[in-house]
Design a protein around this ligand. Structure first.
Ligand SMILES: Nc1ncnc2c1ncn2[C@@H]1O[C@H](COP(=O)(O)OP(=O)(O)OP(=O)(O)O)[C@@H](O)[C@H]1O
Ligand SMILES: [Mg+2]
Length: 231
């Protein structure tokens, strides 16, 4: 479904990605782990066209999207839950969700279905996002991504700043999406929580993929996991 093929992405003259290569199959959940500054966010930005790779290419369902503008990429069915959530603070939850609503060739979601996934959302719809907690904002950000009708969602640290119980809720949501056939690429500091819901994992360091394999392998092999992701 997604093929990131030897991309090299720069910020000015500083190279952040050195031939990064990864794949996500339809309906697959894949973790992208690694230390701070490894290039995880840059990889997601490169997929979304927010930072354009200078070399290599990105394909989505066989189409070359490397130099496509971001709004077109999202209309093809790639959703994004950014690390800073990026909601419009002065607008209500409902308005933010409406702004994210889009049609693609993939399954459509309604606001009511989002309330089934996150019951607490019902009480957030009428509230301005600037008055929401981190966990509440995250529910809005994930719901907004789903209303964009994605076939693939890129999560950038969805659990950042959330209580352990909410981290589990977020990971359960990922499994629910997988049941619906939606593929997920998850960047996460909570490596164990991410591995538990993932099929496969890539580990990055200094702009390069240094490990690729089954998530279960890293769950089972504690020494290898400690060496690769430090926990
Ligand atoms: N806007 C920017 N301008 C210049 N350099 C940047 C910019 N954003 C990121 N970088 C650099 O690119 C490299 C990769 O950063 P990136 O944000 O992709 O890492 P990351 O793996 O997401 O880290 P973290 O876990 O801290 O979020 C780092 O060396 C970083 O300093
Ligand atoms: Mg990051």
């Amino acid at each position: 479904m997604l093929h990131v093929d030897h991309i090299e992405t720069f910020y000015g003259e500083t190279q952040a990605l050195f031939g990064t290569t990864l794949k996500v199959a339809p309906g697959e959940v894949v973790s992208l782990l690694g230390p701070n500054g490894a290039g995880k966010t840059t990889t997601l930005r490169s997929i979304l066209g927010l930072s354009q790779p200078r070399a290599g290419r990105v394909q989505f369902e066989g189409a070359d999207i490397t130099h496509m503008p971001t709004h077109k990429i999202s209309r093809l069915g790639i959703g994004w839950v950014p690390d800073d959530r990026r909601v419009f603070p002065s607008l209500t939850g409902r308005r933010n969700l409406a702004l994210g609503t889009r049609r693609t060739r993939f399954r459509r979601w309604s606001q009511n279905e989002m309330i089934e996934v996150f019951p607490a959302l019902e009480h957030l719809l009428g509230r301005e996002c600037e008055n929401m907690s981190g966990g509440e904002l995250q529910m809005v950000a994930i719901s907004r991504a789903l209303l964009g009708s994605p076939g693939l969602i890129l999560f950038d640290e969805p659990s950042q700043g959330l209580a352990p119980k909410i981290v589990q809720d977020v990971m359960r949501t990922v499994l629910r999406l997988k049941d619906e056939g939606i593929a997920c690429l998850i960047v996460e500091q909570h490596a164990l929580a991410a591995l538990e819901v993932s099929d496969r994992v890539y580990v990055m360091d200094r702009g390069r993929i240094i490990h690729e394999g089954a998530a279960q392998e890293l769950l089972d092999n504690a020494p290898l996991r400690r060496r690769l992701v430090g926990m």
